[in-house]
Design a protein around this ligand. Structure first.
Ligand code: GN1
Ligand code: MG
Length: 347
């Protein structure tokens, strides 16, 4: 059991009036940043999610939570058809519980639905992508100024390439020796960083409130019907581009393998899945993309796949301090898988 949870559990049970033994709390989810747990309150049959916000990644947790609450309140006023997340308040009526070292939130668990690490078939891709489409469409009129950019430059590829350069100097455990082919690929694909600034200059891409982390494990599908129940993980909702929400689906839906598979041969773009997710997204957000965005969906995908690959490699060179890892070369494998996808799409 995580020592932070152990330490904070008495305060959490008091703040949320939880009746549950710590031994009955279990870890859930495959997220790389926050710690996520589930428990059942003895007072009822309700299952709950408990999350510890990673303040290394999100240094302003109150702002993250304000974004979350703003979106939650906003969606309730729309005809958004999926489950709307909202947190349980503490006894002090706060949406986060601040302990000595940590920030926690509690949410009702969505029953009979679970996240998955890869997409099984094109029907599933369609359903999940339609849900993301609904999400983006529902946020269409929420002014970006109402949402804080809690991680400045989150999807700024130029910044990510700068951070990569710095990590080369850091070169944890001489890992640079192992990445010569990745270095070549970064040289080859860094042209993608010119695309967005140019589009911005031509004022072609509208800045909107988007999800920014639409990977398959963030869309909960119903265990019974296979239809989407919820789009979860709202911490990175920020002003951004719909093309990147689309792109992160291409990144995480199209390969049949897990993001960190060590068998790179399994990493192939499944074009039927790509077609289905495109259809699904456009079904969900029928009116929310302009002509220009529709034409450039695949460019959005390439940019995001490259960017996430670069971020994994940066963390590898920094000594795995950002994304959670269980094995030594996990971030390198993650990067290699992204770059393989990118090369396939480029073809
Ligand atoms: C991280 O925490 P998680 O697993 O939802 C990351 C995303 C990456 C993703 C790659 C705040 O998301 O940007 O695309 O890993 N989130 C943050 O799997 O950096
Ligand atoms: Mg996330």
């Amino acid at each position: 059991m995580n020592s932070q949870l152990q330490q904070d559990w008495p305060q959490l049970t008091a703040a949320y009036d939880i009746h549950c033994d710590l031994s009955a709390v279990s870890t859930i989810g495959g997220g790389h940043i926050n710690d996520t747990y589930q428990f059942i309150d003895k007072n009822g049959t309700n299952a709950w999610i408990l999350q510890r916000i990673n303040t290394h990644v999100f240094p302003t947790p109150w702002k993250v939570q304000t974004n979350f609450d703003t979106v939650s309140a906003y969606l309730k006023k729309t005809n958004y058809p999926l489950e709307i997340l909202s947190v349980k308040l503490t006894s002090e009526q706060e949406s986060l519980c601040h302990t000595k070292n940590n920030y926690w939130r509690v949410l009702p668990k969505i029953n009979n639905a679970k996240p998955q690490l890869s997409v099984t078939d094109s029907e599933q891709a369609f359903q999940a992508a339609k849900a993301v489409g609904y999400f983006d469409q529902a946020l269409d009129d929420l002014p970006p100024q109402q949402i804080d950019s809690v991680i400045p430059g989150f999807h700024d590829l130029n910044l990510r390439l700068e951070q990569f350069k710095e990590s080369l100097l850091h070169n944890h455990a001489n890992r640079k020796n192992l990445i010569s082919s990745e270095l070549n690929l970064i040289e080859k694909f860094k042209y993608l960083a010119k695309w967005l600034p140019q589009m911005n200059q031509e004022k072609k891409l509208p800045l909107r409130v988007v999800h920014n982390d639409t990977k398959i494990s963030n869309i909960l599908l119903c265990n019974t019907t296979g239809k989407a129940r919820a789009v979860i993980d709202w911490d990175t909702i920020m002003p951004g581009y719909r093309l990147y929400d689309f792109g992160d689906m291409v990144r995480s839906f199209t390969p049949s393998a897990k993001e960190d598979t060590t068998d790179i041969h399994q990493v192939e773009v499944r074009f039927d899945v790509l077609q289905a997710l495109t259809d699904g997204y456009l079904t969900g957000c029928t009116n929310a993309l302009n002509e220009f965005e529709r034409i450039h969906l695949l460019t959005g995908a390439k940019v995001i796949i490259f960017m996430v690959g670069v971020r994994f490699l940066t963390d590898y060179l920094n000594g795995d301090v950002y994304f959670k890892t269980q094995t030594d070369n996990q971030n390198l494998n993650r990067c290699r898988n992204q770059f393989k996808l990118l090369q396939q799409l480029e073809k």
